[in-house]
Every structure is written in C-alpha cells, then in structure tokens.
Design a protein. Structure first.
Length: 113
C-alpha cells in the first residue's frame, strides 16, 4: 500500500506526493552520487590532482551531476522530487568520503608506487 503525502503549493492547490516514489527517486540519485564520487575520485587520483584542486574537482563533479539530474527530470522536476536543493545537498558528506577514499588510493597506486 502506497502512502500519499498531500501538501499545498504556492497557488493554494493541493499536491499529493507518493512517499514510496519519492523515496525511490532519492535512492536512485544517491546511487548515482556514490558512483559519481567513486569514478571522479579515480579520475582525480589518476590525474594526480593535489590539495584544493582535488576538492574543487569533487565540487565540480557534484554540480555537474546535479545539472544532469535536473536535465533528466526536465521542467517537471516537481513530479519527481520535493525540492531542488535536496538533490544538491543530500548525502554530500558520504559521497565526499567515498571520493577521498578512491582519490587517495588511486593517487598512491599511480604516482607514489
């Protein structure tokens, strides 16, 4: 049984969200973010990025993924997500840890050993 969460919009009309569908969409975005963090961490390590340049690469990757998700959802993003900001900030620190793990591992494998 799916639960529907009603909210009101700025115009006063009632909008219903399916919790299961929203949870599934957020889970898919989180999977994409984790995968993006691993892949961009590998790229940063292989490219030999150091210090702030490596972190800037992560922020750029997060922003590009956010834009791609918004492009995929199109102009009707409200059908899939409650707000845009949560797409940018959800699991940001967890993905950062994944990024740093892959970044340092590949940097050590390619440039140190």
């Amino acid at each position: 049984m799916q639960r529907v969460k009603p909210t009101s919009s700025k115009t006063g009309e009632l909008i219903a969200y399916s919790e299961a569908a929203i949870r599934n969409n957020i889970s898919a975005v989180e999977y994409c973010r984790t995968s993006m963090a691993a892949i961009s961490g590998c790229a940063a390590g292989i490219l030999g990025l150091n210090g702030l340049l490596g972190f800037l690469f992560y922020f750029l990757s997060v922003f590009v993924l956010w834009l791609l998700v918004l492009m995929k959802s199109g102009t009707h993003w409200r059908k899939f997500f409650i707000n845009r900001q949560s797409l940018l900030t959800n699991s940001f620190m967890g993905a950062l840890c994944t990024y740093v793990l892959f970044w340092t591992f590949l940097y050590g494998m390619v440039h140190v050993y």
